[in-house]
Design a protein around this ligand. Structure first.
Ligand code: ADP
Ligand code: MG
Length: 224
């Protein structure tokens, strides 16, 4: 089952609740090595995305992703707003006028998005940023695109698992980008907030894709 506009809409809208639930967790992480606003930033941004999607009802995946991008850039201060905004803006560009997304197409979207984050933030793997969650997630997606190209739910689950490992792997690292880098060695021993929000985002994507796939299967059975 390929992903469509309903998936992207539902996924992005689900992030409001996700970041509401995890606001304090993210803010706690950011208070250790930043300025204690990451949870607030993410909740504010995705509440606004939820509202805009409801108001404007964009009619294509490209437009859904673009609206998310512009809303995040407009409403989120701090590093994460422009970085996630750029992710969704580049993903939107890569979606062009496509309406159905197999695993390889999701790779195209997320690859473009990650390239935007890297271009803008200049972080590499191991710099203790959100990039440390995105890179292993993309690798997992690429493996799945080859092994089970028509199973985006499975691919997103694998990507979410890899993002979570990447997130945990930020703990022993010293930050080399962003606000946490000002702490030097004192950033060691703490989990990066942005890698954590990326991991949460991908977990939400996997959950929504699994729900859609489950529904499509039971719908399929009912019509037999
Ligand atoms: P700020 O640091 O401006 O307060 P947030 O707290 O919302 O913004 O976001 C912090 C997160 O942003 C960090 O945990 C890190 O993952 C990510 N980040 C910061 N700078 C960069 C960068 N140059 N490249 C990639 N990610 C970055
Ligand atoms: Mg912060």
């Amino acid at each position: 089952m390929n992903l469509d506009i309903h998936f992207f809409n539902t996924w992005l809208r689900s992030l409001r609740e996700c970041f509401k639930e995890n606001r304090d967790y993210l803010t706690r992480l950011d208070s250790a090595i930043g300025d204690a606003d990451h949870g607030i930033n993410m909740e504010r941004g995705f509440s606004a995305v939820y509202e805009q999607l409801g108001k404007e009802s964009p009619g294509s995946v490209e437009a859904v992703l673009k609206l998310a991008a512009m809303t995040l850039i407009r409403t989120v201060g701090g590093a994460s707003g422009p970085l996630y905004g750029t992710f969704f803006l580049r993903a939107s560009g890569a979606a062009s006028d496509k309406s159905e997304f197999a695993v390889a197409d999701v790779v195209t979207l997320f690859d473009a998005g990650l390239a935007g984050i890297v271009q803008r933030g200049k972080a590499q793997l191991g710099d203790k940023t959100m990039v440390d969650a995105w890179i292993p997630a993309l690798s997992a997606l690429k493996v799945c695109a080859a092994e089970s190209p028509e199973d985006p739910a499975k691919a997103l689950r694998r990507a979410a698992q890899e993002a979570e490992s990447g997130m945990r792997n930020t703990i022993p690292l010293q930050a080399r980008k962003g606000r946490a880098s000002y702490l030097g060695e004192r950033s060691v021993g703490h989990q990066d907030p942005g890698a954590t929000s990326t991991s949460l985002m991908l977990q939400a994507a996997a959950r929504v894709a699994e729900e859609f796939q489950g529904r499509a299967r039971s719908g399929g059975l009912a019509t037999r």
